[in-house]
Write a protein that binds this ligand. Structure first.
Ligand code: BGC
Length: 784
């Protein structure tokens, strides 16, 4: 602890220290002028600054200050280009500082466990090596500007359903090898100023209260030096959270649970040193604010150009039959409402008020256009007829489609991997009218593509940010050469996803263990639509001269086509399969090489113990044996192979493993398989019952069992509906997101996120009444 912090701390009362660890309002921590402690200003988010001067909210509903909307992580991650992510981070940091922001809340490095997670667009990858590298570069970029970051959502927050009070049951090995390493890499390589703990319980303990997660793993094992802030409303129990090392509860404005902490210190159940440690970290971060270079204007045009460059580098060319792309803009028609009303970012807390917007229609003025569908993706016979007619007249028909807002958002998960029926019909209709049909997809995650064989080319833009249309135009016309690669597998259909029966439950058993994404499809031998790491280019690359010397691997990549381009070279390690169960191969390193036609580059990768290690019996162990080193252009396109003898320990497979799903990957893992892997029974929540409702239950959950909770639910619903013309419209993504985040938040979280507007005694009083204790309820209601 530095001297200044210690001196301040020594003057503060216990109550002041506790109070400092609760924020002041939606975006600020408390200033305590008497001690010279300034407030910390925070703002979302991961692909641009959402700085709200008025009307703060955590769902991006109210307007924020204009900021560059960079491509979301689905697109920026697909660049596999750390230098670009660093540049993006620096620009976001500068924009944040220009608005007086100390800490920008990002990046999100959660693993994409299942394609239906509503927030996948905000996350980089199904693979921790990519997510860790992209997150590290972003944090380094932001922090090089002088602003701070918040690495989120730590941890095991892989779905939106019941995000506030769900429970992720994950075995230790899977945690350490799959869900934690991206966080670990960012912490060790970039020291983010803060880490944001996630909402759900992890193995039954809320992230905020989780000493194992926040102290043992984050601080002890990884050496994290910064502050842990809660996700907004994620604090579960202030006493346990203080002990766990959860420093700052946000948003502020409520003093809920502060008296519990004071009482716990007084009765000796919580050492005051725990409170001191948390308060000291808040003070230290607040003091940093004094030296941040705040208030300078930022260069909007330069940042818009950078956003475009990232979108160009992160778009993935999925198909290009007969080299139909690049095309001549004079030959085409643009079809699909998304060409004009582009989906370029996701809904929720990451939502940016863009400084500028360029759609494909803007970028290619004068090109014939037919909407073909409405903004929600609905078609009519007339709209399809018009689209077909426009397509027929053009040499090449370019259809823009994907996922409209209502299909994909923070706050709820997707119901299906399908695109809107209207978009599928539009593509099929256009493809029937014009054999030269090209699809440009705008969506934040993998979708089913039943029409793939009928179209000539597919360009996947992800959610490409404010300059996405300009980027798409450059890619289609060859001014830019596609060089992005998928950071997640696109399965043929949702039925192929190994977590399909456990995803989206309140208690989620991560039964598939390590077998997420390509780790599963590869070993199970299941065909996929597009493999992890896949992406085409307008040129070709040759791989030669694989050399393995010790732990150093070199390979030469040559552009042997006619266009300048860039290739993402991927290095996978295939471990021996004769002991503890392991994926067939795992990504351990990658590099992107920009090459002129005819140019070659030799790339060097360095492996270390962790490249071969497994988490076993509480530590990292390297199983000895012969490992294959695979270098390729995607997880399914391995160009060169070599072997490496690795010294280590002999790890026999545990008895339960023999014949279990983790060896066979046949069908789905059973409860018994998972219990054997986890080493304890499946966790479950007791059924909801009047009389035993708690602050952990939401009004939405309790409403059918309690009239008073029904009233509370209806009240929340109709208050939200007021901003939507009085109508409870679940077809409106913003409305749906607000209801799911309000009425389905446990009462505890509803109190905290209301910034004082919904006081704890009101929630507790209504809860007592719902539990059948009206007198007790009234007492609480009138309590001060
Ligand atoms: C989100 C966070 C976000 C916070 C503040 C939460 O609902 O999960 O990612 O940073 O709100 O807006």
């Amino acid at each position: 602890m530095n001297e200044k912090v210690t001196a301040i701390l020594s003057k503060m009362t216990l109550e002041e220290k506790i109070s400092l660890c609760n924020g002041a309002d939606f975006w600020h921590s408390k200033a305590m002028e008497q001690y010279g402690i300034p407030a910390i200003t925070m703002s979302d988010g991961p692909h641009g600054v959402r700085c709200q001067k008025n009307g703060a909210d955590m769902l991006g509903v109210n307007e924020s200050e204009p900021a560059t909307c960079f491509p979301t992580a689905v697109t920026s991650g697909a660049t596999w280009d750390a230098a670009l992510l660093e540049a993006e981070g620096r620009a976001i940091g500068e924009e944040g500082l220009s608005y007086g922001v100390d800490v920008v809340l990002g990046p999100g490095v959660n693993i994409k466990r299942n394609p239906l997670c509503g927030r996948n667009f905000e996350y980089f990858s199904e693979d921790p090596c990519v997510a860790g590298a992209m997150g590290t570069a972003w944090v380094q970029g932001v922090q090089s500007s002088g602003a701070g970051t918040s690495l989120k959502h730590f941890a095991a927050n892989n779905q939106e359903y019941k995000r506030f009070n769900g429970n992720s049951q994950v075995d230790q090995r899977t945690m350490r090898e799959l869900y934690l390493p991206a966080f670990e890499a960012v912490v060790k390589n970039a020291q983010p100023e803060t880490v944001m703990c996630s909402y759900p319980r992890i193995n039954n303990v809320h992230a905020s209260d989780n000493t194992w997660l926040l102290t043992e793993v984050l601080r002890r094992d990884w050496g994290f030096e910064g502050l842990v802030v809660t996700d907004w409303g994620a604090l579960c129990d202030r006493v346990k959270a203080m002990h766990a090392g959860c420093d700052l509860s946000m948003p502020g404005g409520s003093n809920y649970m502060e008296d519990w902490v004071a009482a716990a210190v007084k009765d000796g159940s919580l050492p005051e040193s725990d409170v001191d440690a948390c308060a000291a970290r808040v003070i230290a971060l607040a003091l940093k604010g004094e030296s941040r270079p705040k208030g300078h204007a930022f260069d909007k045009d330069a940042h818009n150009a950078l956003a475009q460059k990232i979108a160009e580098n992160g778009a993935v060319l999925l198909k290009n039959e007969g080299g139909i792309l690049p095309l001549d803009a004079g030959d085409i028609a643009l079809i699909g409402e998304m060409a004009r009303t582009m989906r370029y970012q996701g809904a929720g807390s990451s939502h940016i008020n863009a400084t500028k917007l360029t759609t494909l229609c803007d970028a290619l003025p004068g090109v014939p256009f037919a909407a073909g569908c409405d903004v929600k993706g609905a078609v009519t016979e007339e709209s399809l007829r018009e689209a077909a007619e426009t397509a027929r007249k053009a040499k090449i028909a370019v259809v823009c489609a994907g996922l409209p807002d209502i299909y994909e958002s923070e706050g709820f998960d997707r119901e299906t991997m399908a695109m809107p029926e209207g978009h599928n019909r539009l593509i099929e209709t256009v493809a029937a009218a014009n054999p030269n049909t090209v699809v440009v997809l705008f969506c934040g995650c993998a979708v089913e593509t039943p029409w793939l064989d009928k179209v000539k080319a597919v360009l996947y833009m992800g959610l490409p940010g404010q300059a996405g249309g300009a980027a798409a135009a450059n890619l289609l016309t060859g001014k830019a050469n596609p060089c992005g690669k998928l950071t997640e597998t696109w399965p043929l259909c949702y039925d192929d996803v190994p977590s399909r029966d456990t995803f989206g439950k309140k208690v989620t058993h991560y039964k598939e263990g390590l077998y997420v994404g390509y780790r599963y499809y590869d070993k199970a031998g299941k065909a996929v639509r597009f493999p992890f790491g896949y992406g085409l280019s307008y040129t070709q690359f040759a791989y030669t001269d694989l050399k393995i010397e010790g732990r150093t691997v070199t390979v030469t990549v040559t552009n042997n086509g006619t266009a300048a381009g860039a290739e993402v070279v991927q290095l996978y390690v295939a471990p021996p399969q004769n002991g503890l169960y392991r994926p067939a191969k795992e990504l351990k390193a990658f590099a992107k090489a920009a090459l002129q036609p005819g140019e070659s580059k030799t790339l060097t990768f360095t492996l270390d113990d962790r490249s071969f290690a497994v988490w076993c019996d509480g530590g990292w162990k390297v199983p000895m044996g012969s490992y294959e080193v695979l270098v390729g252009a995607s997880s399914a396109d391995i160009r060169l192979r070599g072997t490496l003898a690795v010294d280590g320990v002999s790890l026999a497979a545990p008895d339960w493993q023999k014949g279990s799903w983790y060896e066979t990957l046949q069908g789905l893992p059973t409860d018994a398989d998972f219990e054997a892997l986890y080493g304890a029974p499946l966790q479950s929540d007791p059924p909801l019952k009047k009389g035993s409702f708690t602050m952990e239950d939401s009004s939405m959950e309790m409403k059918d069992l309690s009239p008073i909770m029904m009233q509370m639910f209806k009240g929340t619903e109709s208050t939200i509906a007021k901003s939507f013309g009085g109508k409870a419209d679940y077809g409106d993504p913003t409305f749906k997101m607000m209801v799911m985040s309000g009425a389905d938040a446990p009462l505890r979280a509803a109190v905290l996120s209301s910034c004082g507007a919904f006081p704890a005694n009101l929630a507790e009083g209504m809860l007592a009444m719902a539990n059948g204790h009206p007198l007790n309820g009234v007492k609480k209601l009138i309590k001060k």
